[in-house]
Design a protein around this ligand. Sequence first.
Ligand SMILES: [Zn+2]
Length: 427
Amino acid sequence: MSDFTKLPHDTVTLANVTIPACLLGQEGDLLRTDIAISGGRIAEARDIALSVDMAGAMVFPAFVDMHTHLDKGHIWPRSPNPDGSFMGALTTVRADSSARWSAEDLRPRMEFSLRCALAHGTRAIRTHLDSIAPQDGITWPVFRELQEDWADRIDLQAVCLIGCDKWTDDDGPFGHTADLVAGTRGGVLGMVTYPMDDLRDRIRGFFAQAAKRGLDADFHVDETMDASVETLRDIAELKIETGFPGRVVVGHCCSLSAQDETRALDTLDLVAKAGIDVVSLPMCNLYLQDRAEGGARTPRRRGITLVHEMRERGIAVSFASDNTRDPFYAYGDMDMLEVMREATRIGHLDHSRTDWVESFLTAPAATCGFDAPSLAPGAPADLVIVKARSWTELFARPQSDRIVLREGVQIDRTLPDYAELDPLMTT
Ligand SMILES: [Zn+2]
């Protein structure tokens, strides 16, 4: 669908726009104001003569998608999840990656997702990259190429992804992976944690490797509805014990939602004390969690972590896309407005605080160390503008006629055609 209006190039005041007050550092919910653009940046409105009445259109800074898997993206047609389960996802991706993830296969799929994200209004992305040797040596050079080629459009970071059972100290293969990460701008050390007898030693070793290289840490944690799984506590206790100096973010944390309330809240107190940030991936959780074999049972427990209780404790909470048309999530289009709409519905973000929009903008930027999205004069005019004038209008429709400005210029939002990937999808 084409943009709901065509804006004049560059120097203009967008009069009568609607903005969440928190994005301007003000109290309250939505407010009406003017935003001026000049020289590709937000400017002072009073200095600009040309004005367009935007009739209350909502304006957001371009989005930050801080937890994605670009390397897995779009393999669904050749490697669908056989039963929609977590194990089905894991085994299918493993088979697909070992057989097919050459640079020639990875690059067009990763770039496809970047083109979708750009068209939908995202300007910064962190991706996890499956990094068990020898895959690390194939994928990370492709990532570095893309990071370079896309530098003027999307700021990219990458995290290595391995299960904690594959973790080794610097003498083993993971030492080499950690060096690859450290040698990459925006590289972050990552691991998936699940119960193991010596998990705490592994996390200690992992923190030491990250600290030695000056890296931040990004974990996949407790992505299960098994209430007995609480590796989140281990990570929080060990961050405090080791005094790990980098930023730490944990993704998923689904098992908290299945635990006894008192125990879960005690864990959150620990997470707050440790200064750990959280990213919730509710669309992927809905797809995988509490799915019964054969699909003949209605899911009861929906997997979203305790986002309200986290915010109450001052824990930074973000939401992100996670997987895109791969065995971990069959759908998704790297659209942060979809993530915001779905997270609002799934997590009941409405009828609570008025600053949840920060969880899609400033919170992920701060957690990852990306430039802060801003509407203040001097900030780049990287904006997403929708015809909707209120939250109900925003979340009722997909906003397929939105405007995306990058440095003040209205971009072509044509989405890439899935048929482009057909040559890679032969089975
Ligand atoms: Zn993930």
